[in-house]
Design a protein around this ligand. Structure first.
Ligand code: FA5
Length: 343
């Protein structure tokens, strides 16, 4: 048996030395280790070996099989590497001095709407501020008049971090910092990503965007709020728009409102976008609560302010006719190709 094994291994070595390709190696593997391979055939002889020698012969054959396996595998790896090198180096030469192909991607629909809104507000003297995504409990809640244990905290189910901070639940979390940062009067907008521990559906995400605006000056009134919102919406929808205020509740504004816009798609006659109601609920807003001003060191006897918190995803969906908010976070390139605008 040992002699047969030696002959097969010698034969194998010769064949492997001559092998030039993966296909050659595959053929050798079949010839030696395949169903009717030379070593496989040797295993069939075990039945004729006397019982007391069966174990020793079995060991011998297993050793031969392993040896053949590792010789073939080593050659397969070497040949595969060689083939890869051939592919790389014999392929068409790349001229690395050529300019890169122009492939700049496109803007996300939400970014397009955000930039348009920013342009409108900056043209009216607003600064654009950035906000943190991780916020202190104080800024997210207490500074905007939602003290600890106040039931209003339940309005926004929050992701708490181990260090006691939160993923900001609304852009209002930046109000205190911005009110302290700028000298009065202040006109600022601050778009940003917000997080809430919410069930996701076509209209709600756990990660979404808002765009907040504040105006603090002497004698600011609801009239200012209406004026700025109408200006913004008219520019975005490219037509004169009508808005209405309904009573709302937010601890950080007094009075608080829900602002609706007369459906710009059907002029209020009724269509699928406004669910035939003629009005679209757009954004909550109100006059900044005196306590919020005080918390930022502003005297509410002297100054007043108004604020709004626009749902940027909602505005994007309206603008582009997207009916499921989940599309916006999906990373789906089809969405970008359909609505994105080249940067
Ligand atoms: C607020 O977050 C207030 N901070 C807004 C505000 C600012 C009021 C300043 C007054 C003055 P609200 O929870 O309603 O309010 O959210 C505002 C907008 O954010 C909603 O109208 C909606 O468009 C959007 N929004 C809220 N939760 C989600 C969510 N889970 N998914 C997508 N958009 C959301």
């Amino acid at each position: 048996m040992q002699q047969k094994i030696d002959e097969i291994l010698a034969y194998l070595n010769n064949k492997l030395t001559a092998a030039k390709s993966s296909a050659d190696c595959q053929a050798i593997r079949v010839e030696i280790l395949g169903k009717s391979g030379k070593i496989t055939e040797l295993f069939r002889l075990i039945k004729d070996v006397p019982n007391e020698q069966k174990s020793a012969v079995g060991q011998l054959l297993n050793g031969a099989k392993q040896q053949a396996e590792s010789l073939i595998s080593a050659k397969e790896v070497a040949v595969a590497n060689e083939e890869l090198n051939q592919q790389i180096f014999s392929a068409k030469k790349i001229d690395i001095t050529l300019p890169a192909p122009k492939c700049t991607g496109s803007l996300h629909p939400r970014t397009i709407v955000q930039r348009e809104i920013e342009e409108v507000f900056t043209s009216m003297g607003f600064v654009v501020e950035d906000g943190n995504e991780v916020e202190t409990e104080y800024n997210n809640f207490t500074a905007v008049n939602v003290p600890e244990n106040h039931p209003a905290r339940d309005m926004q189910d929050t992701f708490w971090l181990d260090n006691g901070q939160v993923l900001k639940t609304h852009t209002s979390a930046s109000q205190n910092r911005i009110l302290k940062k700028y000298p009065l009067p202040i006109r600022a907008i601050f778009p940003g990503r917000c997080f809430r521990n919410e069930d996701v559906d076509a209209g709600h995400e756990n990660t979404f965007f808002q765009l907040e605006g504040i105006i603090v000056d002497k004698e600011v009134s609801v009239g200012n709020l209406i004026y700025f919102m109408k200006e913004m919406l008219s520019k975005i929808f490219k037509k004169e728009v009508e808005i209405r205020l309904r009573p709302g509740f937010f601890p950080f504004t007094e009075p608080s409102f829900e602002m609706d816009v007369r459906c710009p798609f059907c002029d209020g006659k009724g269509c699928p976008t406004c669910k035939n109601g003629g009005w679209i609920e757009l954004c909550p807003c109100g006059m900044i609560h005196p306590q919020v001003l005080k918390n930022a060191g502003i005297n509410p006897e002297e100054y007043s302010g108004c604020a709004f918190g626009l749902g940027l995803d909602r505005m994007t969906m309206l603008t582009f006719g997207i009916n499921d908010i989940r599309e916006l976070n999906s990373g789906n390139l089809k969405l970008l190709k359909q609505f994105g605008i080249k940067n």
